[in-house]
Design a protein around this ligand. Structure first.
Ligand SMILES: C[S@@+](CC[C@H](N)C(=O)[O-])C[C@H]1O[C@@H](n2cnc3c(N)ncnc32)[C@H](O)[C@@H]1O
Length: 231
């Protein structure tokens, strides 16, 4: 029997889709369905995205990398965090990168923002290109967590800051992630992978998203916010 999804914040564009079509799209949104998925994620994840960037604590003129950015609707919010910030967004999905470039075309022209289609393990940047790096709701889809984090470590400068935002296993219990091969990591696994990738001073806190209006069908989700320093 077909199952429709009850993903948090599912909007009209994707709410009717069968779970078997929608769920694989989360790991690499593609085509017109992917654009609708990006739109759904933009709204349903807005609160945790903004909380994660506030946790990253941007300062003037810093070079910021985001891996798995989705459709880039939040980039203006990021640029507002501190004067002269330069933002680079990477996503494995060509569809998401095309949408992000289109939505942020003026910032791209001004040279404040850049986007690249790439896998976290093979990003086309020199070592130590960034002061801070962040990834939100993306680690679930990486085949090897520590390898992805090594990719992020390589492009961060020594003493650069990493932030990971990821749903907690308890909050993901109702979501059919495992059925589609997605990995929801517990805090110890995230911490160990960061250490293996060359990060230190690892701290993890929890973030409970606010109640939406109308309220989320799945209830409020809880996320880990992990911060670490590149050694
Ligand atoms: C569920 S979406 C999250 C988007 C946004 N960060 C949010 O929280 O709404 C996951 C994103 O990570 C990207 N992604 C998955 N695996 C990736 C990888 N190995 N390297 C880079 N991006 C990846 C997907 O294409 C997708 O845009």
């Amino acid at each position: 029997m077909n199952k429709t999804t009850e993903l948090p914040g599912a909007r009209a564009g994707v709410a009717h889709l069968d779970e078997s079509i929608l769920l694989p799209q989360l790991g690499c949104p593609a085509g017109s369905i992917g654009i609708a998925v990006g739109d759904m994620l933009e709204h349903s994840n807005r609160a945790v995205i903004e909380a994660s960037f506030e946790f990253l604590d941007l300062h003037a003129n810093e070079r910021i990398l985001e891996v798995g950015l989705g459709n880039g609707a939040h980039v203006p919010f990021v640029l507002d965090q501190a004067h002269g910030v330069h933002y680079t967004g990477v996503d494995i999905s060509p569809t998401m990168i095309a949408v992000a470039r289109c939505r942020n075309a003026a910032y791209v022209r001004e040279g404040r923002v850049a986007f690249e289609t790439a896998d976290v393990v093979a990003m086309p940047f020199s070592n130590a290109s960034f002061d801070k790096a962040i990834t939100i709701n993306s680690t679930y889809f990486w085949p090897k967590l520590a390898a992805g984090l090594k990719g992020m470590r390589r492009v961060l400068r020594v003493d650069g800051t990493l932030v990971i935002a990821a749903i907690t296993p308890d909050a993901a219990v109702e979501l059919p992630f495992a059925d589609y091969g997605f990995a929801v990591h517990d805090a110890a696994t995230l911490e160990a992978a960061c250490a293996a990738a060359g990060f230190g001073d690892i701290g993890i806190t929890r973030y409970l998203e606010p109640l939406a209006n109308p309220p989320q069908e799945t209830g409020q989700r809880e996320f880990y916010l992990l911060r670490a320093v590149a050694g």
